[in-house]
Design a protein around this ligand. Sequence first.
Ligand code: FES
Length: 311
Amino acid sequence: MSSEITVRVAARTMAADSVVLLDLVANADGPLASWRPGAHIDVLLPRGGERQYSLMPPADGVHGGTWRIGVRREPSGRGGSTWLHDEVEIGRTIRVRGPQNHFAFEPVAGTSYLFLAAGIGITPITSMVAAARAAGVEHSFHYSGRTRTAMAMLDAFPEAVPHISDEGSRLELVSLLDSLDPATVIYCCGPARFIEAVEALAGAHPLHVERFEAKALAAPVFEGDFEVELALSGETLTVPPDRSILEVVEDAGVFVLSSCREGTCGTCETPVLEGEVDHRDSILTPTEQADNTVMYICVSRAACPRLVLDL
Ligand code: FES
């Protein structure tokens, strides 16, 4: 579990109409941890709560010395982005946690990759494209946005194929995915509808996505109460249909770190020791879900009468 640290804002750059890049450096808590493409940090808000932001390649290209995040201002959001835009100036310290990585990318020689980004979904993709470029692996990068001035980092990636709605150059997903070599691995981030369209068309391509919004939840696989055994204490808890495992565990006095409570951030990841899980998160790939080794207890449930968790 990552601990909280204080970092200082060393630079602010407007990277698009409503996207600010914040460069964060170590304050008094020692050097910043290194990270790999796809990682994110949690920014702790002064009025409570936290938000997740993907780490982007810093201007100096040295991972570890600076953490760069990109924040789109969301006036109708819950207040985190407007605070970072309007109140967090150069020199201010903020509390953060991480990095964590639930969208990991490691370039493999001989593998070809397709990177798809839409809107603020560009933020995790930037470090992946930079890593693919540095590793010399075959890759292509398609970046969709509404207007050119709303598209952060477009100029930093000359290999990006831009698809800009108000210029009439929309991304034709069907023809793009149809033309791919079947072994091409796809990494995709953007709004929910964009990710859903890619998922529907990806076919047999290995596909990795990161969602900033939770997927719509289907009905639970297992209706009715189920039991959760906490392996560390041996205690068994009953989870009723109208409560999450996380809520029941917290009521029993067991502390589990959590943040989004909707299955998108990965903070409440819990190892599964026994039992079949009804995975309802927006993080794991179908393969990872089938592995049945971890679950996100804020939304995922049991697909059987009893689970044993490493809690
Ligand atoms: S708290 Fe975010 S995935 Fe569970």
